[in-house]
Design a protein. Structure first.
Lengths: 152, 791
């Protein structure tokens, strides 16, 4: 299952925001969904699918993370509607935003043309003239990260 | 569903009333309506529904002649008045080889739109969407954001299942492909160091080919011509300008620049020799090279001749480019003594192996070692769209999204003629392979490919091969005349829209208010694509549920401003100011400060003077380091014996590409009724030619008639014909017929720069010239073709 919105998840005293489009393990318990996911936590407090992943899938909001990266499992509960079966359903809004903002002056290039690291630099270069807000930049970068080419 | 003309005008009038502010009354019935163009914002004086005068808006700091020619263009006698269909296309006899030579038949809008829809559906059904070619790739027809044909056409055709699209551009096709390998960014279109910083810190500006006083007359959006004052302030401050150019261009006089005449298409040897001078004289910045670049040793081996036995010293370069060795050395020494900006326009990369131009400049700037310093380093768009204007941060008003194109075929802009004639052919492109689709339908709107594409005769051959050619046009341009279905489009003066300017600064939003009702049967591109969308059943997806009025408001709402839309529309513009951070912006300062944290988007994260990636492609026409490769069609080639003059195709001074060529301004600057050909006065005297003579300029690709202008302001052995004159074949039914107008792309080659960029190389061109004899034909470029009332 995939998150269709950002979700606050916890691991003991650590609290993190996990981004839209992240795949998670889930099970229904009564009216709620119990959500679980293991992440690699970087020194900078960013959450990754694994220690070799390029693009973050969340970030720590509070708690002590120390100086070395480590794996930790985060949990949360959620109501119906937050989880969807397909990635494409999870990222519908970001998809629309990408095509609206990045497909006007020129064609919106397919996200899998470049790696996430490459897209990050492209976005840095383009954001001034495109006039996107910080929030839009974050969402577009998240969208591109999810669908980007895995390596050059 | 179709609306007739009366209904349409009624709708347009109602729409205008809804959006247009109460105009200032001059006299009874007179109105002043604000509008905006690529040449500046304006006030149109309208009497009895007709434009009687155009004035520049007060905010335009340096209005240009082009602005006032719009009145002529709107009322040009060669407006397309009604939907027209080429006769044999309509009657089914399909004499496609007669495109451009056949009469048209007037049809009503319903018939025309049905024919377009039918052709699209048939092409899709028989050959697939990839056989539909959208030529509309740039946005030079007008600066409006909502009625932008390029995005509207992509939106409609995307919903229809897709189309073959264009990648790259004609302007800077080589630079935009090579510079990401070298600098991690296309650079040529990116925000550059702010004007205030340059004015404060720069001491020397080396300008290869740049002519900002000419090219900044226009903007990709709306200029207020603020760059002239900036450049003049620099001159007054004593900043030294050096212009390296085959022509003594208009900026040389304006700036008191030192003119270094150079042969055409030979800047690279000069730049390489400057690099060698800095190496030989131990003047280069070794610390910068070590810290911020990779591959210098490979480049150095090439400079020292270890790869080809030729030392790239100033003497070597002089023989190729004609610039004295002492001058080359002097400029290299001068560059390291001062805070120096290395600038280059894009004309010098529109040559065979054009990738090497900007790569060489990056190598030179790296050796000078000032990249990332205030007022130093590279500046690759000083000539374009008010570069350096500090960004206000408001964001541009948005255009409608192009949406998705399910066909993922992108053809480099320069390959149009080649693609049409060689379906299925596979070519190299920047490390990949591309296969040309089998194009059966060409669809143009807001663009005229028969004009901007090199080797026009080859393109015409391609046009005559496909099943259907559809064009939206306000005028009978060459592309319209070689089409099957021609749909009369409005000019921007005949509809409401929104724009902004300058392109980099975004200091203004402009209300492009409707000035007059649509002329004749003209319709807006938006409405034409809407009608087609209705026929295909995706009207709602096309409109997004919004009217044009609502799209304009939506577009404005995306700008970060507190000024209400109604206040903006009433005033006609909104001004924005730039923050201090923008005014202090220095290109690549962050990289210089910390190249590890702020790495470039190259594989190494540094400036790549040798690119392993480029080298890995194995292209002998684009090696892994900046190099000079002798052109196929250069002065040292065997062809030079037959065609001894180098031909360059600068941007025009008195039109925007082909726009306004059909006006009195265009006519005023013709010589003997045709496009001027500029040649050195000694060359002219040697050949017995004088001002005003009509000549034939020719090579193996074709012949044009032109009017001679002898001048001291061009290097000997070089001819210049400005691009953009409208094409007119002397005998359109004959292949390769002489062009009676002087359209220079008859002569230029569509040979690609290299397998890397596959960009245009029009400035690598050899021609011969001779006095035209016999009875000279009239220039028919601005005539309308014969149009029958019925079949």
């Amino acid at each position: 299952m995939y998150l269709s919105k950002p979700l606050k998840m916890k691991n003991g005293s650590l609290s993190a925001i996990v981004y839209t489009g992240t795949s998670v393990q889930s099970e229904k318990l009564g009216k709620k969904w119990i959500i679980r996911k293991q992440f690699w936590i970087s020194n900078e407090g960013e959450l990754f699918e694994s220690s070799s992943s390029e693009a973050p899938t969340g970030n720590v909001k509070s708690g002590n993370i120390g100086n070395n990266g480590f794996y930790a499992t985060f949990t949360a509960s959620a109501k119906d509607g937050l989880l969807v079966c397909n990635l494409s359903d999870a990222i519908t809004e970001m998809d629309s935003l990408y095509y609206e903002r990045c497909g006007t002056c020129h064609r919106a290039y397919d996200p899998d043309m470049y790696t996430a690291a490459h897209w990050k630099k492209i976005l840095e270069s383009m954001k001034t003239l495109s006039g996107i807000s910080q929030q839009e930049e974050t969402e577009i970068m998240r969208y591109l990260s999810l669908l980007a080419k895995r390596k050059d | 569903m179709n609306t007739d003309r009366r209904e349409f005008l009624k709708m347009a009038g109602a729409f205008a009333a809804m959006l247009t502010c109460n105009p200032e009354a001059l006299a009874a019935g007179d109105r002043v309506i604000t509008h905006a163009t690529h040449m500046g914002p304006l006030k149109a004086y309208v009497r009895n529904g007709k434009i009687v005068r155009i004035e520049a808006m007060d905010i335009d700091l340096d209005p240009v002649d082009l602005l006032f020619a719009h009145k002529d263009a709107v009322y040009a006698r060669n407006r397309v008045k009604y939907p027209c269909v080429r006769k044999s296309y309509l009657d089914g006899s399909d004499r496609r080889h007669m495109r451009g030579a056949e009469e048209f038949v007037r049809v009503d809008w319903g018939t025309a739109l049905d024919l377009v829809a039918e052709a699209l559906a048939k092409t899709k059904g028989e050959y697939g969407n990839e056989s539909i070619f959208k030529t509309t790739y740039a946005r030079w027809a007008h600066p409006g954001r909502i009625h932008q044909a390029a995005s509207l056409q992509a939106r409609m055709l995307g919903l229809f299942g897709g189309f073959t699209d264009i990648v790259g551009d004609y302007s800077a096709g080589a630079a935009t492909q090579i510079l990401p390998h070298v600098m991690g960014d296309i650079e040529v279109y990116s925000q550059q160091t702010s004007r205030e910083v340059v004015l404060d810190k720069t001491e020397l500006i080396l300008m290869w080919g740049a002519d900002p006083f000419k090219t900044n007359k226009i903007d990709y959006h709306v200029p207020i011509h603020s760059d002239g004052a900036w450049l003049r302030k620099m001159k007054d401050k004593g900043i030294k300008f050096v212009t390296i150019d085959p022509t003594k261009n208009m900026s040389v006089d304006e700036l008191g620049s030192e003119w270094v005449p150079i042969k055409a298409a030979s800047d690279v040897p000069m730049i390489l020799a400057m690099c060698y001078t800095l190496y030989e004289e131990k003047l280069y910045n070794k610390q910068f090279i070590d810290k911020y670049t990779v591959g210098f040793n490979v480049f150095l081996k090439y400079l020292r001749g270890e790869k080809d036995g030729k030392v790239k010293n100033a003497k070597w370069a002089e023989k190729i480019c004609g610039v004295p060795a002492q001058k080359i050395k002097e400029l290299a020494r001068m560059a390291v003594k001062h805070r120096t900006l290395v600038t280059g326009s894009w004309a010098p990369q529109r040559i065979q192996y054009g990738e090497q131009f900007h790569w060489s400049l990056v190598a030179l700037a790296s050796m000078i070692g000032q990249i990332g310093l205030a007022g130093g380093g590279i500046y690759f768009n000083i000539h374009y769209c008010s570069a350096g204007a500090p960004y206000t941060g408001v964001g541009a008003p948005l255009m409608l999204s192009q949406g998705r194109n399910p066909v993922n075929i992108l053809i480099p802009a320069s390959r149009m003629g080649e693609m049409l004639l060689n379906p299925g052919k596979t070519i190299d492109y920047n490390g990949k392979k591309l296969t040309y689709p089998n194009i059966k339908l060409i669809y143009s709107a807001g663009v005229t490919p028969i004009g901007h594409q090199p080797n026009v005769n080859k393109l015409v051959e391609g046009f005559r091969k496909v099943d259907t050619v559809i064009t939206h046009e306000p005028w009978w341009t060459p592309t319209a005349r070689y089409s099957d279905i021609v749909l009369p489009a409005t000019t921007s003066f005949e509809r409401n829209d929104i724009s902004f300017g300058s392109s980099y600064g975004i200091e203004y939003a402009f209300a492009m208010k409707q000035v007059i009702s649509p002329l004749f049967d003209a319709r807006n591109d938006y409405d034409i694509f809407l009608e087609l969308s209705k026929r295909f059943g995706f009207e709602k997806a096309y409109t997004g549920g919004k009217s044009v009025d609502e799209w304009i408001r939506w577009s404005y709402s995306k700008m970060r401003t507190k000024v209400s839309f109604s206040d903006f529309w009433k005033k006609g513009y909104v001004h924005f100011t730039s923050p201090k951070s923008s005014r202090e912006y220095v290109r690549h300062a962050d990289f210089r400060k910390d190249p590890v944290a702020n790495y470039l988007r190259t594989p190494s994260g540094k400036i790549e003077l040798f690119s392993e990636k480029v080298a890995s492609f194995g292209y002998n026409d684009c090696p892994g380091y900046p190099a000079w490769i002798e052109p196929t069609e250069g002065p040292a080639s065997y062809m030079a014996k037959k065609y001894p003059f180098q031909l360059i195709t600068p941007h025009p001074i008195h039109r925007l590409h082909s726009q306004l060529d059909n006006t009195s301004l265009g006519a005023k600057h013709k010589v003997a009724g045709r496009e001027p050909v500029y040649m050195n006065k000694f060359d002219a005297r040697r050949m017995g030619l004088k001002h005003g003579d009509t000549v034939e300029v020719y090579n193996s690709r074709g012949t044009v008639l032109a009017g001679v202008v002898p001048t001291e302001k061009i290097t000997r052995g070089v001819l210049a014909i400005e691009e953009g004159a409208w094409y007119a074949a002397e005998n359109p039914s004959k292949d390769n017929s002489r062009c009676v107008s002087g359209q220079v792309n008859i002569l230029t080659s569509d040979r690609p720069t290299s397998r890397l960029a596959q960009a245009i190389s029009a400035n690598t061109c050899l021609v011969a010239i001779r006095k035209a004899g016999g009875k000279l034909p009239r220039n028919t470029a601005y005539d309308s073709p014969p149009v029958r009332e019925r079949l």
